[in-house]
Design a protein around this ligand. Structure first.
Ligand code: IMP
Length: 422
């Protein structure tokens, strides 16, 4: 496998965890490059379900090296909980996990501020995961962040944390929130630092060395294109670059070392949190929720659901340079008689064939739909392209063509076996 960047082509939750797991088979190293424990990647192996938030899902395959890159924001306590959870499930994490020295930390004041800002925004809230992601990236950009390299240096961590807690307590007090105790935070995070220290290293140098030795690297994206801080539906976005470029800046691996970009998208559309979703549809949401599908892996929130939006996925192909597409959750549409696909937007008399940057205009977009006859047959037992009903094949081909990239994977269920390679 060549060096591959995998991105979400919609609003996150495209089923990336499973596709990453499948592609990891032919990778040597898997790297997370952005986001934090706001992400939730679900992988089903046999009957066991694993939900990963920070650690690359490559950890579930023995012998693969996993890297948490410099572009990730790490909540040390969350990371330790995840490590302990994996150990309990008999997953080996020693010697195959590498954490960047320069990854920034998510600290308790970030989580508090995330929550307080959302409360203050009232009905204009973003609907964040309240994991402190925005404030942590905010500190990174303001150059007031603390990094893994600081966490594992007790004297420096103490000095920097003292300053940061002092300042952030003033802000928390202004919000009417409870200030934090330096002693308590310091003790808890220092202990976390000691436990994480063996994993912390210069991952940029490591990836360069491994790459030169011929390792195949898979860069696993978290969230999705329209949650990108630059290219998403700002301000209803997360605070990192979820698009392909983020894989380079978030790992230190240069663009010319990347060989292909795989975009993952659902056969329909979902979104968690606030912000426009032109194809949102209550009927399809009710149907999917009744099937027990589409509840967030991190927050458990029911996801908003809608028809497939090819204007959005075409845009995703453009900003990510997607070469290949993996379509997931095809089986979610098995019982739908007539399937709609958005092929353009209309605002009044104006037609849009791209996603408008003006969030208010995007909020007013009315989808123009094409209709496809449903296949009305279960697809989750299909293992080869020819096992799929002809109408399902036509649907997949149509949405890939509309999205502007080559369909290479179709997924008909959560397990590894329910994957069709074209
Ligand atoms: P934050 O990343 O917690 O700041 O949340 C910002 C927005 O991104 C909210 O709408 C969240 O619901 C959304 N978001 C963050 N992480 C994920 C994810 O992994 N999947 C889907 N949506 C996400």
């Amino acid at each position: 496998m060549a060096n591959t960047i995998l991105v979400g082509a919609q609003w996150g939750d495209e089923g990336k965890g499973k596709i990453i797991d499948v592609l990891t088979e032919s990778a040597d190293i898997v790297v997370r490059t952005q986001g934090g424990n706001n992400a939730g990647h679900t992988v089903l192996i046999g009957k066991t379900k694993y939900v990963l938030h920070l650690i690359p899902s490559g950890i579930l395959r023995p012998g693969k090296k996993c890297v948490i890159g410099n572009g990730v924001v790490i909540d040390p306590i969350g990371l330790i909980e995840e490590l302990d959870g994996l150990r309990k499930m008999k997953v080996k994490v020693n010697g195959n996990l590498f954490i960047s020295e320069t990854a920034h930390l998510v600290l308790p004041y970030h989580r508090e501020l995330d929550e307080q800002r959302e409360i203050l925004k009232g009905k204009h809230k973003i609907g964040t995961t309240k994991r402190g992601i925005g404030p942590a990236y905010g500190d990174k950009a303001a150059r007031t962040g603390l990094r893994m390299i600081d966490l594992i240096n007790p004297e420096r961590f103490e000095r920097l944390l003292k300053m940061r807690i002092k300042e952030n307590n003033e802000v928390l007090k202004a919000f009417g929130a409870k200030p934090l105790s330096f002693n308590r935070v310091f003790a808890e995070y220092r202990a976390a630092g000691d436990r994480l220290k063996p994993f912390v290293t210069n991952t940029v140098v490591m990836l360069d060395r491994e790459g030169r030795n011929g390792a195949n690297i898979l860069f696993e994206g978290a969230q999705g294109t329209f949650l990108d801080i630059d290219h998403g539906t700002y301000p209803f976005v997360t605070s990192s670059n979820t698009t392909a470029g983020g894989a380079c800046t978030g790992s230190g691996v240069a663009p010319h070392r990347m060989d292909r970009v795989v975009g993952v998208m659902k056969a329909y559309t979902t979104r968690v949190g606030e912000g426009p979703l032109p194809t949102e549809n209550a009927e399809i949401a009710d149907m999917l929720h009744a099937m027990g599908r589409e509840f967030g892996a991190t927050t458990g929130r029911p996801r908003r659901c809608g028809w497939f939006d090819s204007v959005a996925t075409r845009h995703a192909t453009m900003v990510n340079g997607i070469d290949e597409l993996a379509v997931t959750n095809l089986d979610g549409l098995d019982t739908v008689e007539t399937i709609k696909v958005c092929i353009g937007y209309r605002i009044g008399m104006n037609r849009y064939d791209y996603v408008p940057n003006d969030i208010e205009a995007f909020g007013k977009c009315v989808p123009i739909y094409a209709e496809f006859p449903g296949w009305l047959r279960e697809t989750h037992n299909a293992r080869r392209w020819k096992d799929l009903p002809a109408r399902a094949r036509s649907y997949l081909k149509a949405i890939a063509e509309l999205s502007g990239a080559k369909l290479t994977i179709a997924s008909v269920g959560p397990s590894r076996e329910q994957t069709i390679f074209l």
